[in-house]
Write a protein that binds this ligand. Structure first.
Ligand code: MIC
Ligand code: SF4
Length: 639
């Protein structure tokens, strides 16, 4: 067996023989921006306790507390954790994925997180998957999680990375080869002699940004290096060895020679728009930011601070560093290296997602911003005209120092000798442990005025008539559909947040939807390839559902977003003939006769008011059909 098969076979609870399998979830994680809805849904399901081995509620995305809404969300989340027996990681403790790796993750376990970068856990041999909040609520209630039956892509690593070439450059190279489209349903398993040359934080950078490939997750073996990492975290007892059998079989294979890689850079506005840094060297840089769940480990910051020692950041560059966790932050203070960053002119930012999700540090108009993030989608930084370039921490430092895009392997003379400390500094003072069961009864769940229940949709009608509200192109991300940044504080207030759907694409989207509804139509979205890339935010389904969107027709669609749409009773249908996309127009009206029966078949027919017929692929599992008919999963779970 390969490693994926080994772990999945121990967790399978429902093998329907169809295209999807149901697995048992051992651990869950949520973050504040998706967590409020997940727990509101869990409350709506009505279970008294959680059924997982371990669940953690993190506060990391929106920690600005601008206005009461955000602080109310945090208070609600803490009260939920205390009521139901979850760990609560307070604001300031760090980004969920970094903290989970340090504190809670265990090789061989399944982890479901309401965040698309949950696969970071694959860096220590977990099957760690991102999903929408309702799927987390289901797992918390003891339900199985359904994924497409995994196909496994083996990426065999040979050789060793050259100086100033990093794990980030490897995953950027893979994005260049595989792109962000067409990898749905795969799990990437890393093997080969190159694996043992990579530390846990490097492996985690790779599995983290595997999310951008659109795969279900990515995984590294759990070996002596994993053991050493867990031992240094004081958690050696959590280690088990996990490696693929020598004769394991894979669905697809790829070999990457680490020695042949160069420093890479993803240009605006997609993580797969990748070039070698040397190809764009010399371009003026206005901002350089180091952090996010991809590159904010102790190893990353140690390297950054060492490279900055005794140097000054260019006066033309705004330079910021956000440690990924309190552990990283504290260790950098203790070893004195934080001083190098401050002395060089760096701004030290909070241990949170911050700039990565557009919470602050929006670049100036037309600025070039160099970041160690995993995403550079249009508008995500808060400045539509700015260009975000994704690089390794080493490249970001070189750019900050010179004020130009600079290849670190050309610029730096001396390499950094990082050795993992024999003991990480473990101080969990910002983690609140679950309350003993006896004390949970008296806990009151605290909701502020901005927190409302999740909306519930009606059963699917016999026939529906839809009006097209927008027609968008390829690679529409959930950031296009449901922007975060300044709207983030309305994640618990669907009525308000739904006003922002497609804000930068079609600002009148919400008004048009409402007008169509008042004329008696349901709403339709027409899209191109790889619809719903990026985040797991189920708001990209809930808010359109709230505005009366019933059908989305696509050339292709990404896994998490597809699942979220079905969870909320929106029907995703795929053009049988891609060229039909060109024939459909905004404002056109289409009918689906007898849709309740049609969705059970492979093909659904959509008819325009002029009589043209379009064939659309349905291909839903029995479980999905049941959800669509019920008008969403919540209706079923409540029953
Ligand atoms: C992201 O990186 O896009 C986010 C913000 O972490 C999202 C979750 C969210 O929208 O709250 C994700 O990756 O799932
Ligand atoms: Fe947070 Fe950015 Fe990571 Fe999403 S990608 S979890 S916003 S740091």
């Amino acid at each position: 067996m390969n490693l994926v098969e080994k772990i999945i076979s121990k967790h399978i609870v429902d093998d329907t023989g169809e295209q999807e399998i149901g697995i048992k979830i051992d651990q869950t994680l949520t973050q504040d921006a998706t967590g409020t809805m997940a727990y509101l849904e869990f409350e709506a399901i009505g279970r008294k306790t959680i059924a997982t081995e371990l669940s953690v509620s993190y506060i990391d995305h929106n920690t600005i507390q601008d206005g009461f809404e955000n602080a109310d969300d945090h208070r609600y989340l803490q009260s939920i954790a205390m009521k139901y027996g979850l760990y609560f990681s307070k604001a300031g403790n760090g980004i969920c994925h970094q903290v989970h790796l340090e504190t809670f993750g265990k090789p061989g376990k399944t982890l479901l997180g309401s965040d698309s970068h949950t696969p970071t856990g694959g860096g220590i041999g977990m099957i760690a998957i991102g999903a929408g909040g309702l799927d987390i609520a289901t797992a918390l209630a003891g339900g199985a999680f359904y994924v497409p039956r995994p196909k496994v892509l083996k990426v065999e690593l040979t050789g060793t990375l050259s100086p100033f070439v990093t794990a980030k450059d490897l995953i950027l190279k893979l994005l260049q080869i595989l792109t962000t489209k067409g990898n749905v349903g795969y799990i990437v398993e890393y093997t080969g002699s190159g694996v043992k040359t990579l530390s846990v934080p490097e492996r985690a950078t790779i599995t983290n940004m595997g999310a951008e490939l659109g795969v279900t997750t990515s995984i590294f073996p759990s070996d002596e290096i994993t053991k050493e990492f867990l031992r240094a975290q004081g958690r050696e007892q959590d280690w088990v060895e996990l490696i693929a059998d020598k004769d394991a079989v894979y669905d697809k294979e790829l070999v990457i020679n680490l020695s042949s890689l160069k420093p890479m850079i993803a240009l605006p506005h997609s993580p797969d728009n990748v070039k070698e840094v040397s190809e764009v060297a010399g371009m003026k840089v206005d901002q350089a930011l180091i952090g996010s769940c991809t590159n904010s480990s102790y190893k990353d910051l140690y390297t950054v601070a060492t490279l900055l020692k005794g140097k000054q950041v260019s006066t033309e560059v705004s330079f910021g560093v956000a440690p990924g966790s309190k552990q990283v932050f504290e260790m950098m203070i203790e070893n004195g290296l934080m001083k190098n960053i401050v002395e060089a002119g760096g701004r030290v930012l909070e241990s949170s997602c911050g700039f990565c999700i557009g919470m602050g540090q929006s670049p100036a108009t037309d600025a070039v911003s160099i970041r160690t993030n995993n995403r550079n989608f249009y508008g995500r930084s808060g400045t539509n005209s700015a260009g975000i370039y994704l690089v390794s921490p080493e490249t970001a430092v070189a750019c900050a120092l010179t004020g130009k895009i600079t290849d670190p392997s050309e610029f730096f003379k001396e390499t950094v000798n990082y050795k993992q400390p024999s003991k990480f500094l473990v101080n969990n003072s910002l983690v609140v442990n679950p309350l003993p069961e006896k004390q949970r009864n008296s806990v009151e769940i605290l909701k502020g005025p901005n927190i409302g229940p999740p909306p519930i949709s009606k059963e699917l009608a016999e026939s529906i008539t839809v009006k097209a509200v927008v027609k968008v192109g390829d690679k529409i991300t959930t950031d296009h559909i449901m922007p975060a940044g300044r709207f983030l504080k309305f994640r618990s207030n669907i009525d308000k947040y739904s006003q922002a759907v497609f804000n930068d694409v079609e600002p009148k989207f919400a008004d048009k939807c409402k007008a169509n509804k008042s004329e008696g139509y349901d709403n339709l979205i027409i899209t191109g390839l790889s619809y719903g890339q990026g985040s797991s935010r189920e708001h990209a389904a809930i808010c359109p559902m709230y505005l009366g969107v019933k059908v989305v027709v696509v050339k292709s669609i990404e896994r998490i977003h597809r699942a979220n749409l079905i969870n909320f009773g929106i029907i995703p249908l795929v053009f049988k003939q891609e060229s039909d996309y060109d024939k459909l127009n905004v404002e056109e009206v289409f009918s689906f006769n007898n849709i309740r029966e049609q969705i059970k078949k492979d093909i659904v027919v959509m008819e325009s008011s002029t009589g043209s017929k379009y064939e659309l692929l349905a291909g839903f599992s029995d479980r999905e059909i049941e959800q669509i008919l019920a008008g969403g999963k919540l209706n079923l779970l409540k029953e």
